[in-house]
Design a protein around this ligand. Sequence first.
Ligand code: Z5A
Length: 213
Amino acid sequence: MSRPGPRAARFITLEGIEGAGKSTVARIVGEWLTQHSIPVRLTREPGGTPLAERVRQIVLERGSEHLSPVTETLLMFAARGIHLENLIRPALERGEWVVCDRFTDATRAYQGSGRGVDAKWIEDLATAVHGSLQPDCTLLLDVPVAVGLARARGRSGSSADRFEAEVEAFFERVRAGYLEQAAREPRRIRVIDAAADLAEVEGQVIQILQGFV
Ligand code: Z5A
C-alpha cells in the first residue's frame, strides 16, 4: 500500500503465542534494518506509548475486578488507537519502518479465537480504529503450545499476568486462530517455524525481509 513519506516506510508486525520468540525476533529485525541504514522504530502492543502502556497495565494485571472478553477487546483497541495516533502513523509518515510486537491479528487470535468474541465485531472495531491501515508484512512465529509455554515459564521474573495464567487449551485455540488467519492471508502473514533453533529462525526472517528492501 502506498503512504505519503520521504521513503518507502514499512509496517511489520510480529505475532505468535506466548514464548514464541517475538521479542527476540523484533531485536533481530531492528538490528538487521539498522545495519542496512533503514530507520526503524521498535514498539509493542498493547502499549508502545506512555498512555497506551497504562492501558496495558490495566489489561494485564490480575486484579480483583473481572474483565469480560468484550471489555478486554475494547481495551486492546483503546490502547491501539492511542498507539496509532501518537507513534505508528507519525513514524510511518516520517519514513521510518515500524516493527510492532503484536497488532490486530493478536485481537483476532486471543479475543476472537481464544475468548470467543464475535469476529465481525472485531473487524468493525479494526475499521473504526485503523481504517485501511494494515501491516505490510506479519511474521507469525509458530510454535507448539508446549514449547512456547516452556520457554515463557522458563524465564525468571514476575508472577503470571492475566494471559500467562491461562490454560493450555486457550493457547491451542489462539494458535489455531493464528494459523487460520495465515491460511486466509498467505501473502501478508508469513509463517515461521519458531520451534527451530534461533539461527534458523533468524535465517527465515532475514530471507523474508530481503523481499522488502
Ligand atoms: N494480547 C491480546 O490478548 N490481544 C491483543 O490484541 C494484544 C495482546 C495486542 C501481552 O503480550 C499479552 O497481551 C499477550 C497477548 C495479549 N499474552 N500472552 N500470552 P506480550 O507480547 O507482551 O507477551 P507475551 O506473548 O507473553 O510475550 P513473551 O512471553 O515475552 O513472548 P515472546 O516475545 O514471543 O518470546 P521471547 O521473550 O522472545 O522469548 C521467550 C524465551 O524463549 C526467551 O528466553 C528467548 O531467549 C527464548 N527463545 C526465543 N526464541 C527461541 C528459539 N528459536 N529457540 C530457543 N529459545 C528461544
